[in-house]
Design a protein around this ligand. Structure first.
Ligand SMILES: [Zn+2]
Length: 484
């Protein structure tokens, strides 16, 4: 019998390899603690919806987590939620925070805005079939850790206070530029153009803490001023707090290499005195009509747009898998429709083959073994989804592999692909027509109507819920409900 699990006792497959932006080569993952991988992913700034371009970055993080698990590692993934506006491009020329601006425009409080878009982000990730992270820390809840880290950098002589703000002194960190390949010399001209901050000693120094201006509503006390943290210190502080000072993998989109990650390395490595992140994995852009998909370019689409167009949101995954993550991908609805059709065909091909079994319970044919080796090698070699998907297609139509083995392979590979390949129904995951919160509110209203013996209203609410696919059962302990 061929042993098929990648994490079996022989350990033949070992650890996955990824391209490491730091060093610019594909190298095997090294892990700080045997059997475990810690993963930090730069999360969204929650004052607007995430678009498909953002989702491509988070899909990369999802793949990295799934591949580590496929290799038999236990994973811990942290995705931060930036709920204080402080990125350079998220603060307008007047220093207005875009979360606050959005709050003004939408007539909500800043925390309502942050909660709303955090919820929308998590819904989008779920639609895209992503495994939830283990923790989604919010920046606003970790200000004290950021202040502590800044104090540590001041103590070590890596930072200075100027006019109530605190800056990182880049000249004290010799490795600065190693991630992005920007030497300090190269950086200077680029920085000089945009420098407007007279408090800085040098153009390339960056902000750790900013004293609040008169218009700033959300600010926090600190030893230096009432103010708010820089964006980069947020990720250093939360990753060190939640994952410790040896983090195996850090993922994000390619546009965060400089300055965000360069600055994160300077802060974290200077504070701890050693290299904190082992592997930096960055994903390329999603293009639409030839341009990077971005809010500013006005060419964004959301996951919910895919669902509303009647296509399966998971077709987005299959479409993205067609290219490696380090390649730019052109998005079009036509390509997405083609991916949707392919997904339906794949499910049909695997759907009629019976119940999948764990691979190690099967006597595998040599062609099944070969297919599994090819698939495993592809995903373990710098996330070669393009090859993995080719193996999937050829296996779907390979009748020399017995049915039970084919469907079992599909089920095993789906732990990485997340395409619901072996669901017998055509698994369009319909977007719930009504949120859990709305259901609870309606049930409350119905209970009140029943209590005041307004049965017409109670029935109306029951019908309204039934239309949305929610079935109610009245029990002595209250009303139970489920999506029918
Ligand atoms: Zn970050």
């Amino acid at each position: 019998m061929h042993s098929m699990s990648p994490s079996d006792a022989s350990g033949a497959i070992g650890l996955p390899s990824f391209f490491n932006t730091r060093g610019r080569k594909v190298e095997p993952l090294t892990i700080a603690e045997p059997g475990r991988a810690s993963i930090y992913t730069c999360g969204p700034t929650v004052y607007r919806y995430a678009h498909l371009g953002n989702l491509r970055s988070f899909l990369l993080a999802d793949l990295v987590v799934r591949i580590c698990q496929f290799a038999g590692l236990k994973t811990r993934q942290v995705v931060n939620i930036t709920d204080i506006g402080h990125m350079t491009d998220e603060v307008t020329g007047e220093g207005d925070d875009k979360i606050l601006l959005a709050a003004e425009v939408e007539g909500k409080s800043p925390s309502e805005i942050a909660d709303f878009y955090t919820g929308a982000f998590l819904d989008d990730c779920a639609l895209a079939g992503m495994t939830p992270a283990d923790d989604y820390p919010r920046a606003s809840k970790h200000i004290s850790e950021m202040i502590e880290l800044i104090e540590c950098l001041l103590d070590k002589g890596n930072a200075y206070v100027s006019g109530g703000s605190v800056y990182f002194d880049v000249s004290t960190f010799p490795g600065y530029g190693s991630l992005s390949g920007n030497s300090l010399k190269q950086l200077k001209p680029g920085h000089r153009k945009v420098v407007t901050d007279p408090q800085k000693r040098r153009a390339e120094d960056f902000l750790l803490w900013k004293a609040a201006g008169p218009r700033r509503l959300v600010k926090f006390p600190s030893p230096w001023s009432e103010g708010y943290p820089g964006w980069h210190i947020e990720c250093s502080a939360m990753s060190l707090k939640l994952l410790g000072d040896r983090i195996d993998i850090h993922t994000a989109g390619i546009d965060l290499v400089f300055p965000h990650h360069e600055d994160e390395i300077a802060q974290s490595d200077a504070a701890t005195g050693h290299r904190v992140v082992g592997h930096w994995i960055h994903g390329e852009h999603l293009l639409m009509s030839g341009n990077k998909m971005a809010k500013s370019a006005g060419n964004t689409l959301r996951m919910t747009d895919i669902a509303e167009s009647g296509l399966d949101p998971l077709a987005f995954r299959l479409l993205m898998f067609g290219a490696r993550y380090r390649k730019q991908v052109h998005f079009s609805m036509e390509a997405l429709e083609a991916a949707d059709t392919s997904l339906t065909r794949l499910r049909r091909a695997f759907g009629d083959l019976g119940e999948p079994l764990p691979l190690d319970e099967l006597e595998m044919s040599s062609s099944a073994t070969r297919a599994h080796e090819e698939f495993s090698k592809a995903v373990m070699s710098d996330i070669d989804t393009a090859t993995a998907v080719r193996v999937l297609y050829s296996t779907a139509s390979n009748r020399s592999i017995p049915s039970i083995q084919r469907v079992s392979l599909a089920a095993a590979w789906d732990r990485i692909l997340g395409l619901n390949l072996t669901d017998t129904q055509s698994t369009h995951t319909p977007e719930p027509k009504i949120s859990g919160e709305e259901v609870l509110e309606l049930i409350k209203a119905r209970d009140a109507a029943r209590a005041s013996r307004d049965f017409t209203e109670a029935d109306r609410i029951r019908d309204r819920l039934a239309e949305a696919g929610v079935v109610l059962t009245d029990t002595p302990a209250g009303t139970d409900w489920y999506h029918g």
